[in-house]
Design a protein. Sequence first.
Length: 467
Amino acid sequence: MRKAKNSNLMKWLKWGGLALAAIVLILAIVPLFITLDDTIPRIEREISARIMEPVRIGGLRAGGLPLPHIAVTGIAVGKTEDIKVGKVTVTPALLSLLGTTKVIRSIEIENLVVTQQAIDRIVALIPPAAKPGTPVEPPALRVESILLTDAVLKLEKATFGPLDARLSLAGDGNLESASLTTADGKLRAHVKPEGSRYLIDASAKDWKLPVGAAILFDELTVKGVATPKDASFSEVRAKLYGGSVTGSLHLGWPKKGLQLKGTAAVSRVEIGSLLQAVGKPKSMSGKLNARPEFSANAPAADRIADFLRLDTPFDIQQGVLHGVDISKAATSLISKDAGKGGETRFDKLSGHLAMDRGTRRLTQLNIASGSLSGDGQVTISPKDALSGRINATVKGVSVATGAVPLNVAGTLDKPLIYPSGGTMAGAAAGTAVLGPGLGTAVGVRVGKFTEGLTEGLFGKKEEKKKK
């Protein structure tokens, strides 16, 4: 008797399993033959009318596994296709379709590409916040989560991504949390609302800035808060190019452009590598220490460097000036090319840097390196042209000439440093009359005196004209 019951039970289990397998198979296969392509033209028209941009949809299909869903493929928005989406999968809560508020459990967006023009349009389409006290009606549609995979932002001069992001939304549609990770895992960020603000915690390793200068961070940690209008990062810590940077940063984004303001403490950063990262020639090497204050008001994020203002004292330890030999220029007084090429090694180079829209002014310069010492000032134009003067003293030469004024010219790529015109003329005349050594030294002193007197007289005339 028991054997018969067990046999019947096994049969029921077998047939039940086959039935369940058949149902799963139907849910998996039947939707493959159910397309909604006939509705695509109407959907395109309705969406285009709402956002006032042309919309194209490649395909529309219903699916049954793992949950009932609708998949939309080949989406393009805008005349120049500023937004492209490979695939969107919408999974609704079926029972909610019978109620007032339709609930979407998840929206999965694959291979999203958004351009700078699209971002500007999206910002313009965001409706203003409701006034306090305005009655809140139940939303017609509520989304619980949004998942993006392989998303790419194409800015005017840079590309950010591919990246993955996940957004969890509350019942009222507000953000509960958001996380972002680049596809290579080098950058991770987490956002969590706190009242009207958003707490931001981001970290990166072996990561390069996608906008502006291609600075490579060994490690980067950023913590702060953001609002719809701006963001303040009170803690910014980075390790890069053998040194470290700590500081604070404030960003604002008015209707157009980007505003930036901040301070930093730079410790032992290799300046040659930093110069190359910001697109400048490696004209110098050594360990940089500085405490910059900076600001910018740029029309776009990728033009921050063009509008940057910066002010800082600095010193560079154990470095090299490439392309010029100051000692040779200060001792070969009758040759304009003596200091050309070569290099100047120094123990310490200090001064003050003021930068405004690409023009860099180096003042209070002081260089010390064994027998060489000097001071002066140099200006670097936005196109990297050099101008200025350095007063160099070289100890241990056969005849002391004191500080020799040297003109600075050329470019960062091909710098030139040579004695001033009066110094060269005096040195040549002294050498001709009294011979090398003493004659050269005397001539240099006379040349410097004459040059100084001439500049002083002309300066006074200019002052009288201004009056």
